[in-house]
Design a protein around this ligand. Structure first.
Ligand code: G6P
Length: 608
């Protein structure tokens, strides 16, 4: 989704902005642009499509400018086009603005400004910000921005410059991330720390309703009441930000292959074997409340929603909690009765998903305990929650989530283990779970060593246009996640279903051209899945089964099988999803799809 990168200092700004835009590409976008100021004049270039087309347009530029702002846009208001790309500008081309998020009352403001004589050129909501700043400007950019913000409703991250104000960049955050990068006599702002990683490891994460003013010699941060704030500078480990495919053809494949390490990072230092329990420093401040909690609601979106669904089964298995899982976009508008006896757990790779953030804010208003499982350190969700656990899985660049999903499942298990041990789980059971978790990295290595065989199967199935994925209990969400992986990167229609629901609809679709992927590993519902597979076979449907090594009955019915090692049923989804990730990847690759940046999708969805 939209990305912002800004720089003020002594170096040539265009290469820095272009490098930043390329690092933000993975978020998903449809147009890009930049504005720099040199000798009191704005130079702006925008382009529809890839950052490389913007680069081509800049190939003749001899600009020596040393401050400017840039943006990748993912259309919300107005089609992807050069005119609608950011930066947006006012009537006199002096103010330039880039913006992530949505201005909800932009039409109202636009009408007012048109009455005052402003002329608009784009269909964007962002353009009103530029005109408002122009309207309020009397030599002081900071004041003009502050005054303009008062008028805006919605969520935004904004950066503004003015060609009469040398080297000054004003940025504001409300609901959409802004991070300040601190260098030696140079300052950066970006919507994502990945863009800043090559330049500095000192970063400040703005909170909502904070403004940062940067120029080439100093920076300061204020609240919107104009009071200067002291903010903590975070030292970010820049090694984990390498945007390098490390020899893999795509980031997605690299990330699939990183899972033995990311799983290990999720549990390293977080288990006490001798006591059969987990130790999660991030939850310690709230552990007494957690122990006595009666209800847990897990909220999340996309792939994180599916890990939350498996989380529900895990918590039910290991704790006394009543658990619900809900997509955040629904949760935020429900009339739920929440209070201090309810914990709301947000799961988010990015830590910035707008719906998850809004749902959490709603839960906070009602007094619930807020928890998070987040990969993006210092992002908006961990700033809002009372306590939480980081994935520490490094950045995930491929839009389709893989390594974070399995890492989320490990962390959910660790949290359930921690609470479960206070709620009556035995030492032996705790120890058994720990032993099984510790084996996961090697078991994943074993599955990955079969990638070639999985590729062959994927190529065989790449001729079909529709797929059904079925699973039960812990693996019902696995079926949905497998189907999501396939549809998002290969654009093939795929549906994930609870196998028990087959007879209530999907079975009517089955014929020799509509294959099924059945998740049929060893658990208490294996026999039931076998019956569903028989029903599919009876209707000439092809079946690819994910099953355990040596599972004879499944082998007999399925046309093809991919065998995975055995683990506890509650951890089995972690292993079962790996072949499904590879299966989707190889089919999408065979079809020549843009795997890391599928059409219309964004890595970090910062608008509702
Ligand atoms: C987008 C991404 C998905 C992700 C979802 C939720 O749709 O493309 O991969 O699962 O957002 O994102 P989050 O960062 O909250 O986990």
């Amino acid at each position: 989704m939209c990305g912002i990168i800004c720089y003020t200092g002594k170096k040539k700004v265009i290469p820095i902005l272009m490098d930043g835009l390329k690092r933000l590409e993975y978020r998903g976008y449809d147009s890009a642009g930049l504005a720099v100021v040199e000798n009191g004049k704005t130079f702006m270039v925008k382009s529809k499509g890839k950052v490389s087309s913007l680069e081509a347009k800049l190939s003749d530029s001899s600009s020596e400018a040393t401050f400017g702002i840039a943006h990748t846009r993912w259309a919300t208001h107005g089609k992807p086009s050069e005119i609608n790309a950011h930066p947006q500008f006012g009537c006199n081309n002096k103010v330039s603005v880039v913006h992530n998020g949505i201005i909800e009352n932009y039409l109202e403001i636009k009408e007012e400004l048109i009455e005052k004589g402003h002329e608009f050129t784009s269909d964007t909501d962002t353009e009103v910000i530029a005109h408002l700043i122009e309207q309020n400007f009397n030599g002081d950019l900071e004041r003009a921005v502050l005054k303009s913000i008062e008028k805006l409703d919605g969520a935004f991250g904004i950066a503004a410059i003015h060609s009469d104000v040398d080297h000054k960049i004003v940025v504001v955050k409300r609901g959409s991330p802004i991070i300040i990068g601190i260098g030696e006599n140079e300052y950066f702002a970006a919507s994502d720390s990945t863009a800043l990683a090559p330049y500095t490891n000192q970063m400040i994460y703005l909170s909502d309703d904070e403004m940062a003013v940067l120029n080439s010699t100093e920076y300061y941060i204020k609240n919107l009441s104009n009071e200067v704030l002291k903010k903590k500078v975070e030292f970010v480990d820049s090694d984990i930000y390498t945007n390098d495919k490390k020899g893999f053809e795509h980031f997605m494949l690299k990330e699939i292959f990183e899972q033995p390490e990311t799983i290990e990072n999720a549990f390293r230092g977080r288990i006490i074997e001798s006591e059969g329990v987990s130790k999660l420093g991030g939850l310690e401040p709230v552990i007494d409340r957690l122990k006595n909690m009666k209800k847990l609601i897990i909220i999340s979106c996309g792939t994180s929603y599916y890990s939350g669904l498996i989380g529900r089964y895990i918590f039910e298995e290991l704790t006394e909690l009543n658990v619900e899982t809900e997509v955040a976009s629904e949760f935020r508008y429900r009339k739920l009765k929440l209070d201090k006896n309810v914990a709301v757990l947000a799961i988010s790779q990015s830590g910035e998903t707008a719906d998850t953030l809004a749902a959490l804010k709603e839960a906070k208003r009602k007094g619930a305990l807020l928890l998070g499982i987040v990969n993006g350190v210092g992002t908006s969700i961990p700033q809002l929650t009372d306590a939480g656990v980081y994935n520490h899985a490094g950045p995930e660049i491929g839009v389709a989530s893989t390594k974070i999903y399995t890492s989320q499942l490990v962390i959910l298990t660790l949290i359930a283990l921690l609470i479960g041990r206070y709620q009556g789980m035995s030492f032996t059971e705790g120890k058994e779970i720990i032993n099984a978790i510790k084996k996961l990295p090697d078991q994943i290595r074993e599955i990955l060593s079969n990638a070639k065989m999985i590729k062959e199967i994927a190529l065989k199935y790449s001729v079909y246009n529709d797929f059904l994925y079925i699973g039960r209990l812990f693996n019902f969400p696995t079926a949905m996640e497998g189907a999501l992986k396939l549809k998002e990167i290969s654009y093939i229609h795929a549906e994930g279903y609870a196998a028990g629901e087959m007879k209530h609809g999907p079975i009517s679709l089955i014929d020799e051209n509509f294959p099924t992927v059945a998740i049929a590993t060893d658990d208490l519902v294996l026999e039931k899945i076998l019956s569903n597979m028989e029903e599919i076979k009876a209707r000439d449907g092809k079946i690819l089964a994910i099953t355990n090594e040596g599972e004879k009955k499944v082998k007999k019915i399925a046309d093809d099988i991919i065998a995975v090692p055995r683990t506890l049923p509650l951890l089995q989804p972690i292993l079962n999803v790996i072949p499904l990730q590879l299966f989707a990847y190889y089919i999408a690759d065979e079809k020549g799809c843009n795997i890391d940046k599928p059409r219309n999708l964004a890595k970090s969805v910062t608008v509702e």
